[in-house]
Design a protein around this ligand. Structure first.
Ligand code: SF4
Length: 264
């Protein structure tokens, strides 16, 4: 038998839904958890392994519906704050136990370009902002090379709490947290998303493939152009791949209509 709903809870939920509706947010979803991802007991644990090792293909996760709701630019900051409110002092997955700070995002709610990484590291956990450590410095350089400023783009991660020892988030953790990221994307509605590394690519594309097979072309995340490249932390370990990453960023620049560097 279904449990009775507390009337005060019911009223609070209705008030929250009305608030969302007034902001133009009418669609909510959770991407279904792929049991085969959760069942994967052995996951690559380092960024280097993730980027280079072949990952067996698995059953694709059903794609969420295409974005149909348009949010006015003036309302986007408020809509993002609502998502942050919903996260609250989140304990929805095991990662809450070791975090100091929930790292929500950084950048402009009206950005045309969004970067998505894997999860916070130690510096990010301490400061509450994504990509502020050494990898963040490299990302800043990449953004500058594109002719943009960090404050013009939007930066977020698949998980918002630091995995212990900077390990890769477990599928259950990423599947629990990623709906918040998807809602951030729905609000910002960037023209182009750049997935930084294998974890971001896996959860945005809903499929696991070696990064090498995903780079160098334009994918789609719910109708938004998605480009996959290496995570800056990987580029710090293997700077030889910076040239490849720059080629990926130039695809993003082309899609955004940004001026490309002249060929020598
Ligand atoms: Fe909540 Fe995401 Fe942190 Fe897990 S990682 S506790 S789902 S905010």
């Amino acid at each position: 038998m279904a449990a009775a709903i507390d009337p005060s809870m019911n009223e609070a939920l209705l008030a929250r839904l009305r608030f969302y509706r007034d902001l133009g947010l009418t669609e909510f979803y959770r991407r279904p958890v792929d049991p085969s991802l959760i069942a994967s007991a052995v996951e690559p644990t380092s960024e280097i392994l993730q980027e280079n090792e072949p990952i067996p293909s698995r059953k694709p996760i059903p794609a969420p519906p295409a974005i149909t709701t348009q949010i006015k630019p003036a309302d986007k900051a408020a809509a993002l704050r609502l998502i942050q409110d919903d996260i609250g002092e989140c304990t929805r997955c095991a990662l809450h136990a070791g975090r100091h700070t929930i790292v929500f995002a950084d950048g402009s709610p009206n950005a045309r370009l969004m970067f998505v990484g894997e999860g916070p590291g130690a510096d990010e956990d301490a400061q509450g902002l994504p990509f502020v450590g050494r990898a963040g410095q490299l990302l800043n350089n990449m953004i500058t090379a594109m002719g943009l400023k960090r404050e013009e783009v939007y930066i977020a991660n698949v998980v918002k709490c630091r995995p212990p020892g900077n390990r890769t988030p477990e599928p259950e953790e990423a599947n629990t947290c990623s709906p918040f990221l998807f809602r951030q994307i729905d609000v910002v509605q960037p023209e182009v998303i750049v997935a930084l590394g294998a974890t971001a690519a896996t959860y945005l594309l809903g499929q696991r493939q070696p990064l090498a097979g995903l780079r160098g072309r334009v994918h789609s995340f719910r109708g938004t152009k998605l480009i996959v490249t290496y995570h800056p932390a990987f580029l710090l370990r293997d700077p030889r791949q910076k040239k490849e990453a720059w080629a990926d960023l130039q695809i993003a620049m082309r899609e955004l209509g940004l001026k490309l560097p002249s060929r020598e």
